[in-house]
Design a binder for this molecule. Structure first.
Ligand SMILES: Nc1nc2c(ncn2[C@@H]2O[C@H](COP(=O)(O)OP(=O)(O)OP(=O)(O)O)[C@@H](O)[C@H]2O)c(=O)[nH]1
Length: 299
């Protein structure tokens, strides 16, 4: 779960809005750069705030960074680095501005340094934006687990790793039992809340290098690297029992309980990923046929 957990990116429509705002802030920064150079070339005055030691907090990008950015993306690897680059660039701009205000010609080395910093900052900010977009688009918005795109990405890696290290990787499909009844009896909002509660429970219950993805509707795929089938079956039964005892809140303040059926099997190295999933799906079908709330192994 290290890459797709709620901790790594806070998953709400807030993230999308924050990304849109980042785009706007970066557009402002490009315009600021244009105006700044124009001020130097056309001998026009610059904004007073560019002389401020805190110019990097005062511009639109700085405001995004200190607001949405810090709130939602502070744990991203490029986050701190971006602030350093942004500040250094504004510091370099101040050097040019002071010379310009004093009526002195701009030192070519100072100009080169500033432009290099400005270009690097733009490039890194774009990279940051791209990474965030990739992350946010790999996450199921309702549950915060990875979506199918993230799932295939992960399974390709795990299949390759399992083949290389000869440490088997197990995958499981978990489908909530009689979920339609929950929607019918308690409404879709409770259905959504239940999907969130169940996925949070699964995330909490797995090891940190396991991963979970929303496969569709009320079905989740769990990936257990470095695990043999016997151990996986035991762990999934434990998970199944825990799930059956989970109190799930409804929209009117009550709690309900639910069960899940599981199919489990190896992520087979000599076969396409889709075949392994299909194999596990057949075991899940058997679990449903055999009465639900059980784990069936695909042999
Ligand atoms: N609230 C909510 N319901 C969903 C979502 N995705 C799928 N569903 C519902 O999940 C239900 C799945 O129903 P079925 O496929 O008949 O399965 P089931 O009722 O769980 O029965 P079994 O799988 O046979 O135990 C349907 O009513 C879907 O509308 C979602 O994101 N939110």
């Amino acid at each position: 779960m290290e890459r797709f957990s709620i901790e790594s990116v806070q998953i709400t429509s807030q993230s999308f809005t924050a990304l849109e705002n980042l785009n706007v802030a970066m557009g402002h920064h490009a315009n600021w750069l244009k105006d700044f150079i124009r001020g130097l070339l056309c001998n026009e005055d610059h904004h007073e705030r560019d002389l401020d030691e805190n110019a990097h907090h005062l511009c639109q990008f700085g405001q995004w960074y200190d607001g949405d950015g810090r709130l939602l993306f502070r744990n991203e690897p490029l986050f701190e680095d971006l602030e350093d680059r942004h500040k250094t660039m504004h510091d370099a701009a101040r050097v040019l501005m002071r010379a310009h205000r004093a009526g002195q010609p701009v030192n070519p080395q100072d100009y080169d340094r500033f432009m290099d910093l400005a270009i690097n900052f733009q490039m890194e900010a774009r990279q940051f934006q791209y990474t965030l977009l990739q992350r946010v688009c790999a996450i199921d918005q309702l549950t915060g687990t990875g979506n199918r795109y993230a799932m295939f990405h992960r399974l390709i890696e795990e299949k390759e790793r399992a083949g290389r290290t000869e440490h088997p990787c197990v995958i499981a499909l978990m489908d909530l039992d009689r979920f339609k009844q929950v929607n019918d009896e308690h409404g879709h909002i409770t259905g959504d809340l239940a999907l969130k509660s169940v996925s949070d429970f699964l995330v909490r219950s797995l090891r940190k290098y396991d991963s979970i993805f929303r496969f569709g509707g009320e079905e989740f795929l769990i990936c257990l690297p470095n695990t043999d089938l016997k151990t996986a079956e035991k762990r999934l039964n434990h998970l199944r029992e825990g799930l059956a005892e989970l109190d799930i809140p409804t929209s009117n303040g009550q709690t309900i309980r639910m069960t899940g059926s599981f199919g489990v099997g190896y992520l087979r190295s000599g076969f396409p990923i889709q075949d392994s999933i299909q194999h596990v799906d057949e075991a899940l079908y058997k679990a449903k046929e055999n009465g639900r709330n059980r784990v069936e192994v695909a042999l």
